[in-house]
Design a protein around this ligand. Structure first.
Ligand SMILES: [Zn+2]
Length: 248
């Protein structure tokens, strides 16, 4: 009986070593974490996360030595110009909700970088950050990059618009945010979108949203269809950690 247990333990150990070897041989992938709206109390929908839950996740990244890439670093990596540590992530916020201002305090506290994809036409909407807020971030938060989530294409059918319509929107956005990085509203892309992005010298565009694959990003991805993972919703820390560690 004792011998039997010994064989089982040795087999488990060998399988464990093999699993670790295989895991380390897999091509490197980067989790692009996507958040939307932050709330102080209980979230009312699955696009909201409480600030306490968010802080727990950011503390985990900090305490476990994750590198939070700037979007420029992420681009350089995807473009094959630099190597990055295996434990690297890119943190992104969509829409530019007003309470992003609270979330970035947490990022600063843990010395983490992030990118906010802002919707230009929301600058007079009190639920979203305004131009003063963007200027304040620029001057006080060197860890935060502001990028584009379009000027006014955050509508279900915008991705179906023709080249000129999309291009005009990009020209309007240029007056508000100077960037080369874009996140498609609702993650919906089109050939016209990609043409407009390239003609306006955008370097990366990120997908997200319903009916889209949520997976980690790699160098093999189309630069104009970089996948992201949904972290916008309250989840247990264990689930957060597992999602980070999964190889896809
Ligand atoms: Zn959005």
């Amino acid at each position: 009986m004792k011998k039997y247990i010994k064989y089982i333990l040795i087999t488990i150990l060998i399988l464990l070593i093999l699993a670790i070897l295989i895991y380390n041989l897999l091509p490197q992938k980067v989790a692009v974490l996507t958040y939307h709206d932050f709330v102080l109390s209980n979230p009312e929908n699955n696009m909201q996360i409480s600030l306490s839950n968010f802080e727990e996740e950011m503390k985990y990244l900090h305490d476990h030595n994750y590198k939070t890439l700037t979007i420029d670093e992420f681009y350089s990596y995807i473009n094959g110009e630099i190597n990055i540590p295996k434990k690297s992530v890119l943190i992104t916020f969509d829409d530019g909700w007003k309470n992003s201002l609270e979330a970035i305090k947490i990022l600063k506290k843990y010395n983490l970088n992030a990118t906010i994809f802002y919707i230009g036409s929301n600058l007079n909407n009190e639920n979203f950050m305004n131009l003063d807020d963007l200027e304040y971030i620029k001057n006080n938060y060197s860890n935060i990059t502001i990028a584009s989530h379009s000027y006014d294409l955050h509508h279900d059918d915008s991705y179906l618009k023709d080249y000129d319509y999309l291009n005009n929107d990009f020209l309007k956005m240029k007056e508000i945010v100077n960037t080369n990085y874009f996140a498609y509203p609702y993650g919906l892309s089109s050939d016209n979108y990609v043409k407009v992005l390239k003609d306006n010298n955008y370097k990366l565009a990120f997908t997200f949203g319903p009916n889209k694959e949520h997976k980690k990003a790699s160098k093999n991805d189309d630069k104009y269809k970089i996948p992201r993972l949904n972290f916008s919703t309250n989840m247990s820390l264990i689930k957060f950690i597992i999602r980070l560690k999964l190889p896809y």
